[in-house]
Design a binder for this molecule. Structure first.
Ligand code: FES
Ligand SMILES: [Fe+2]
Length: 401
């Protein structure tokens, strides 16, 4: 095979190497268990947005199957958002009954009540009411039996938790480091109109992550939904500790379909259009290149956060088993003001839904094939550098923790 003219990411990031990548981390139950302990139970994970619990007393319960728990995120009367395990201090029932992966509720008094025997907890986790308290023995101390807190913090309106039970953990700001600065300042909260999907996939969470972390597949997998729309190469790849980011660019000579052209003239809801840069932080598309489409970034370990003029979207991958993953896709734009805009957003949504169906369609086949044992390694080209960095970052994080 002839040597390619330029392997720019390998030259820029020689520490990542160029060799094949073992498939074992995607198929091994033992590796999964180690990863669960060292990574998912010991790092900051995005679990929500501040807009989801906008008022005092609003709460969200997020199921975290990998940790066999769910967390209550509640906004107190002081405006602060705190997180607790959804486990009652009495006999361990779930305080809030869940209705799926995410459950929402509100209580003006900013309390939550366990339905089993009626213990009531305040927004700081404290017990505020305990029926038949006088029947408990003297050794029971109400003050020492608040809900079990989890480390909770907010960055740019994203709510994160860290399930490490230690009294203190690395602060979220330090965990995000330069990546947090890179993606800060985008008006996430001003683009609140969301459409979202989720599904359970019979694949490792990294197989799902990897399928979204390159543009090499676009010409083949997305030949139907995005024909000739995007370049396959990456631009402005930037690495920030375990986190990473790149620009995905357009093929400027592509001719949009007539319906896409009409929709794009009405709203900035679709990726299939030339984008402005007024909302972008300075280090995203730093040269303000004309063909910039969107920034694809990875918040270690399991969140893909993308931004573009008037649009942001996320993919998140929640490990359930070594070969089972919950995938969540969420896409945010400005709320439509007219019926025409509503129609144009429907078009954007259908396009995105189709693309995500195309993406997720490969994942279970990949997992199944990897589990056959026929291949011990996968081979990455230069523009799959985010995947390469993902395995390096995972390895380093597991070594350090
Ligand atoms: S288990 Fe919650 S009040 Fe009894
Ligand atoms: Fe894709």
């Amino acid at each position: 095979m002839n040597a390619p003219a330029e392997l720019k990411w390998a030259a820029k990031y020689p520490e990542l190497g160029t060799g094949p990548i073992p498939v074992e981390p995607c198929v091994s139950p033992e590796f999964f268990e180690e990863e669960r302990q060292k990574v998912f139970l010991n790092s900051w994970l995005k679990v929500g947005r501040v807009e989801e619990i906008a008022n005092p007393g609003d709460y969200k319960v997020k199921k975290l199957s990998f940790a066999k728990t769910s967390v209550i995120l509640i906004r107190g009367k002081d405006g602060q958002i705190r997180g607790f395990h959804n486990v009652c201090s009495h006999r361990g029932n779930k305080v809030i009954v869940e209705q799926g992966e995410e459950t929402f509720g509100r209580n003006k008094a900013a309390v939550v009540t366990c339905r089993f025997h009626g213990w009531v907890y305040g927004a700081k986790g404290e017990i505020v009411q305990l029926p038949e308290q006088d029947k408990f023995h003297a050794c029971f101390e109400k003050e020492k039996n608040a809900l079990t807190p989890v480390h909770t913090d907010v960055w740019e309106g994203f709510i994160f938790v860290n399930l490490n039970p230690a009294e203190s953990v690395v602060p979220l700001k330090d965990f995000l480091g330069g990546y947090g600065e890179h993606m800060a300042g985008f008006p996430y909260g001003e683009l609140p109109y969301c459409f979202s999907y989720y599904t359970y996939l019979d694949c490792n969470w990294k197989v799902a992550h990897d399928a979204f972390a390159e543009a090499y597949h676009v010409a083949t997998i997305h030949a139907g939904s995005f024909p000739n729309v995007f370049s396959s190469g990456l631009s402005d790849v930037q690495l920030f500790g375990p986190h990473r980011s790149t620009a995905i660019c357009l093929s400027l000579n592509a001719e949009p379909t007539p319906v896409a052209k009409l929709a794009n003239s009405l709203v900035t809801g679709s990726l299939v259009a030339k984008r402005g840069a007024s909302m972008l932080p300075p280090s995203v598309n730093p040269s303000r290149r004309e063909d910039f489409s969107f920034e694809l970034s990875v918040t270690f370990p399991n969140l893909l956060l993308h931004i573009s003029e008037g649009i942001w979207f996320t993919h998140q991958f929640w490990p359930i088993a070594h070969n089972k993953t919950l995938w969540e896709g969420k896409y945010y734009v400005a709320a439509p003001k007219t019926n025409s805009e509503r129609w144009a957003l429907e078009h954007a949504q259908c396009l995105q839904r189709n693309a995500w169906l195309e993406d997720t369609a490969t994942m279970e086949d990949t997992q199944c094939a990897l589990e056959s044992g026929a291949k011990q390694f996968m081979h990455l080209q230069d523009d799959e550098v985010l995947i390469r960095h993902g395995y390096t970052a995972l390895h380093d994080y597991m070594e350090q923790n």
